[in-house]
Ligand binder design. Structure first.
Ligand code: NAD
Length: 444
């Protein structure tokens, strides 16, 4: 059993803390947000993540997990301090490191014994060295410490399973002893461990996210071509995905990526390249292709509604940036709603869990707590988030509730042939001629 402190109880920090506790360690999770800590002590989660509440409660009950706002308390007797604070985009596109800086300074002031400081946040290359300088300069008296980069690769919505069954753990440090100790901590996860230097570890995280974002933008560009040539992008992705060199993951055409990671990480990587005098052509286009997806939705829906959005009521199926999360950071729903409203539409929204996080970000959108109530009287529905709940909708009932049976399936969750059979005016992404037929149907 090791004693661990985790700084930041957001999507990454709270999952990290709860999972390390579940692996038998003693974990103190710390946040500067007093309300979050107060709520966690009462068993109220600050975020929605499947399975998290049970995991947290089980480990609190088992005496392995506790919460505090005090760095002194969190660092007492601790050998490892994970930094898992936010690194949002700054005004210039680079990552804003203000939270990392405060966390590093606070750790330096409170530490009373040698410590391994492990950065889990996604940070620009060179940040580990910068953190080491901050700690050195902020320590009231010199105490040994090492800085290790251990980037996190979990996905919201499947964060616990991802943390517990990682494809790999990346550990970067110039201090071999510290790197080995952090590797030991990860041994129970039985995944390959890549031990490297600090800067390479930091780069692996950005490179991974940028590559996944590139895959999505690539298939989305192909989806547009599929529509024009009458191919079905779902079948194209399936056919490509069997090739082990390509893989099936992250080849789902749709409304593009959003959320708290890809947008800021691709942007920060491009920023770093520009700072070094490079022209990051691929990264720039990956972003352009992605954000163009959002712009075209309102135009497509307008065309489906006869050329005008004025006075039309449009319902958004899903608001969160992806399914199984309440995270609304850079969610496509926000841009899509704004474009529809700018075109004169009245916009409604429904999401199984993101209603509260969405409401302040889209004040002009009427948010419903029942999907069928939202559909009643709508002129069109747009599938924005592929929640399972939407795949199981009673489509006949939906059709009867709509004023005009128009569905824009931004996540390709429905079968075009069935939608046509049911009498919907239906458009999907890259599925034959605007989802009106698929290759396999034509073959028949
Ligand atoms: P988040 O915004 O959900 O949580 C950050 C938490 O840190 C908040 O609770 C905030 O109050 C707290 N905090 C800020 N400053 C603090 C300080 N000085 N001391 C203590 N707590 C402080 O962020 P997140 O989504 O968990 O992301 C954290 C990092 O992990 C980011 O760098 C992100 O890029 C990276 N990451 C995120 C994901 C993801 O899916 N969300 C996945 C992999 C990596």
């Amino acid at each position: 059993m090791k004693q661990i402190c985790v700084v930041g109880v957001g999507y990454v920090g709270l999952v990290t803390a709860a999972c390390f506790a579940d692996l038998g360690n003693r974990v103190v999770a710390l946040d500067v947000d007093e309300k979050r800590i107060e709520n966690l002590k009462k068993g109220i989660m600050p975020i929605y993540e499947p399975g998290l509440e049970e995991l947290v409660k089980r480990n609190v009950k088992g005496g392995r997990l506790s919460f505090t706002t005090s760095y002194d308390e969190a660092l007492k007797g601790t050998e490892f301090a994970f930094i898992a604070v936010g690194t949002p985009s700054g005004v210039d596109g680079n990552a804003d490191l203000q939270y990392v800086e405060v966390a590093a300074r606070s750790i330096a002031k409170a530490m009373t014994a040698p410590l391994i400081i492990i950065n889990k946040s996604t940070v620009p290359i060179g940040t580990g060295d910068w953190v080491a300088d901050i700690v050195r300069n902020a320590q009231p008296k010199p105490i040994d410490f090492a800085v290790v980069s251990c980037p996190e690769f979990l996905r919201e919505g499947s964060a616990i399973a991802d943390f517990m069954n990682p494809h790999r753990n990346v550990i970067g440090s110039l201090d071999k002893d510290a790197a080995n100790k952090v590797a030991q901590l990860h041994l129970p996860l039985r995944a390959p461990i890549v031990i490297t230097d600090l800067r390479t570890a930091e780069m692996i995280k950005y490179a991974s996210n940028a590559f996944l974002a590139t895959k999505i933008s690539f298939i989305n560009e192909l989806a547009d071509l599929c529509e024009l040539v009458g191919a079905d992008v779902k079948e194209v992705a399936a056919g490509m995905g069997y090739d082990a060199r390509i893989g099936r993951h992250f080849l789902d055409a749709g409304l593009g990526w959003g959320g708290s990671c890809f947008p800021k990480d691709v942007q920060a990587l491009a920023y770093m390249a520009k700072e070094k005098g490079l022209n990051p052509r691929i990264l720039n286009e990956v972003m352009n292709v992605n954000y163009d997806r959002r712009k075209q939705v309102s135009k497509h829906v307008e065309a489906m509604l006869g050329g005008s959005l004025k006075g039309k009521v449009v319902g958004l199926l899903g608001l969160a940036f992806k399914e199984n999360t309440d995270d609304m950071r850079d969610a496509p729903s926000i841009d899509i709603a704004n474009a529809l409203i700018a075109g004169g539409a009245q916009v409604r929204g429904y999401d199984p869990v993101a209603r509260e996080t969405a409401a302040p970000l889209m004040p002009a959108v009427e948010i419903f707590d029942d999907v069928y109530k939202m559909a009643e009287g709508c002129d069109a529905l747009i599938v924005v988030t592929p929640w399972n709940e939407f795949k199981q909708l009673d489509l006949e009932k939906v059709k009867a509730l709509l004023r005009t049976p128009v569905v824009y399936d931004g996540r390709n969750i429905y079968d075009p042939a069935r939608m046509r059979e049911l009498g919907f005016t239906y458009r999907a992404i890259g599925r034959g001629f605007n989802g009106s037929e698929t290759n396999s149907q034509r073959v028949k």
